[in-house]
Design a protein around this ligand. Sequence first.
Ligand SMILES: Cc1cc2nc3c(=O)[nH]c(=O)nc-3n(C[C@H](O)[C@H](O)[C@H](O)COP(=O)(O)O)c2cc1C
Length: 137
Amino acid sequence: MTMNGKCLVVYYSKGGNTKTVAEKVAKRMGGELCEVNEQGVTQPGFDPSAYGLVVIGTPVNGFSTSLPIQGYLTQNKGKLPAVAFYATYSLHPMGTLGGMEKLAGKKPVATEKFKSSDIKLGKIDAKVDGFVAALKK
Ligand SMILES: Cc1cc2nc3c(=O)[nH]c(=O)nc-3n(C[C@H](O)[C@H](O)[C@H](O)COP(=O)(O)O)c2cc1C
C-alpha cells in the first residue's frame, strides 16, 4: 500500500510505555504525535482526516483496548484514513488489536504488539523498525 500524506500517531499512555513506542514510530515516520486524554479526546488541531495514515497505540487494560482509545476510535470512526494499530501489554494482548479494528470499522495496514518489559529494557527497536517498514509499504 502506498502512503499519501502525513502520518499521525495517536496514543494513550498512563505509565509511559505506549508513549515510548509512539515517539519512536513518529520519529521514524517523520510524523506528528498526539496524546489522548482520559476522555478519549486529543488536543484541538489534530483532525485525523487531514492525514494519510493514523497509527493508534493503546495499553492493554483489563484484557482489552484502554477506555480512552475505545472512546477515540468511537468518536473518530468515519474520519479515519488508513490506520495501523499497536498495543503494549504485560502478560498477553488478548483480542485488543482485533477489538480496535472492530471499533475503527476498518482493516489496519499493519499491527504490532510490544511487551512492557521489552520496552523498559530498550529491546524494541528491531520490532519498531519492522512495524515502520510495514507502514511505509
Ligand atoms: C489497570 C491496568 C490493567 C491492565 N490489564 C492488562 C491486561 O489485561 N493484560 C496485560 O497483558 N497487561 C495489562 N496491563 C499492563 C499494561 O497493559 C502494560 O503495562 C502497558 O505497557 C502499560 O502501558 P502504559 O505505560 O502506556 O500505560 C494492565 C495495566 C493496568 C494499569
